[in-house]
Design a protein around this ligand. Structure first.
Ligand SMILES: NC(=O)c1ccc[n+]([C@@H]2O[C@H](COP(=O)([O-])OP(=O)(O)OC[C@H]3O[C@@H](n4cnc5c(N)ncnc54)[C@H](OP(=O)(O)O)[C@@H]3O)[C@@H](O)[C@H]2O)c1
Length: 344
């Protein structure tokens, strides 16, 4: 039970470790207590320690069976749900994903599989694109550059951009991923390791016959760099692809230091969050957008319009979970979602 000694993956300031805890967990308000079936691995599970988000159970997304609920939870015992808990300093232990019992808190919980809050934030909130089929009003039929289509954020963005009717969709990824990304909605693929990749994309944009002013950087490699180094970072290169078009609108999964105009995608935008980057002007509008996109994803999941991440790797137990967390934080997971099968 959620009060007896059990294993968790605990994130210390210097990295994750296996720990035993026996803290009792009891859901309040809209929370639900979960028996975790799978937790999802993300680079942030370890990388967030450098932002001061540590000393808690690691991990953000998970799926499981509801055991009991707070009085205003939208779920019932035995519902199978999945979702994402928010990140903030001194997060209670019960919110971490890499443990066998956890509490689902916040508004990112759903009854069926799906993904993509970050990609949706970038495309439909920060870049102002529309998604008519999901009921989201915005610019329609726009060309867009998605830098890092081989990341799990990128592969969700490619599918959502296509489903929303945008194009051409210009995507960067390693060559081995191009075929799959084209099948999922990329119109043109480029290898970001080519020395002239920016020029290749600029030429393709010139040839497509319409202006392309928007880019989503789904990897944020070198996003903290400045001056001449910024030109070699992924946000710097993504922005450079668009410069010929005049205005550049860039959303990035990590904060871009060199240019404050470039907006930061954030997976959860808790209005109460103490992190300044997580605040937003209109929380209801933002959550409304996310809910519409997730409703569309849930409806179309596996139906050919949205397949999620094409490669799922399942690891088992605490040791494999720790190894996979390191692999992901080192950027070695390619067009792949790693799920940890519980128990730990
Ligand atoms: N802001 C937030 O709330 C938030 C939340 C979650 C994650 N993040 C951040 O979002 C980023 C992506 O997370 P993820 O889970 O999607 O990552 P991931 O799946 O681990 O992405 C790894 C892939 O990124 C691609 N990549 C690496 N360097 C690249 C570069 N210079 N240019 C283009 N592609 C490159 C590679 O694709 P190929 O195999 O094709 O080479 C690699 O396989 C991470 O930096 C993470 O920290 C932010």
């Amino acid at each position: 039970m959620a009060s007896s000694p059990r294993n968790v993956i605990y994130l210390t300031p210097s990295g994750p470790l296996l720990k035993s805890i026996s803290n009792p967990y009891a859901p309040v308000d809209a929370q639900s207590l979960l028996l975790v079936s799978y937790s999802g691995i993300n680079p942030a599970d370890i990388k967030h320690a450098t932002l001061g988000l540590h000393s808690s159970v690691a991990g953000y997304d998970m799926s499981g069976v509801v055991l009991c609920t707070g009085p205003s939870s939208p779920f019932l015992p035995s519902d199978r749900i999945f979702g994402l808990n928010p990140a903030f300093p001194n997060r209670p232990l019960y919110m971490g994903a890499h443990q066998d019992y956890a509490i689902a808190a916040g508004r990112f919980w759903y009854e069926l599989p799906g993904e993509g809050p970050l990609a949706a934030d970038g495309l439909f909130s920060l870049l102002g694109l529309g998604f008519p089929d999901a009921g989201i009003v915005g610019e329609e039929k726009q060309g867009v550059v998605i830098w890092g289509g081989g990341s799990t954020v990128g592969v969700a963005a490619v599918q959502l951009a296509k489903a929303a009717g945008h194009g051409p969709v210009f995507v960067t990824a390693s060559r081995k991923n191009h075929k799959k990304l084209k099948a999922l909605g990329a119109d043109y693929c480029f290898d970001y390791k080519d020395g002239d990749v920016v020029e290749q994309i600029r030429e393709a944009i010139r040839g497509c016959g319409k202006p392309v002013r928007r880019a989503l950087d789904a990897v944020g490699v070198g996003s903290f760099s400045e001056r001449e180094e910024f030109g070699r970072s992924s946000p710097g290169m993504a922005a450079a692809c668009l410069e010929q078009e005049g205005g550049v609108e860039l959303a990035c999964v990590l904060p871009v230091k060199a240019d404050a105009r470039y907006k930061l995608c954030f997976a959860t935008r808790d209005p109460e969050s103490p992190l300044p980057m997580a605040r937003m002007e209109d929380p209801e509008k933002w959550y409304g957008m996310q809910e519409k996109v997730m409703a569309w994803v849930v409806k179309n999941y596996g139906e050919g319009k949205y397949v999620g991440c094409p490669n799922i790797t399942v690891v088992k137990g605490a040791e494999e979970c720790l190894e996979a967390m390191v692999r992901s934080a080192e950027g070695k997971s390619s067009l792949e979602k790693i799920a940890v099968e519980h128990s730990l």
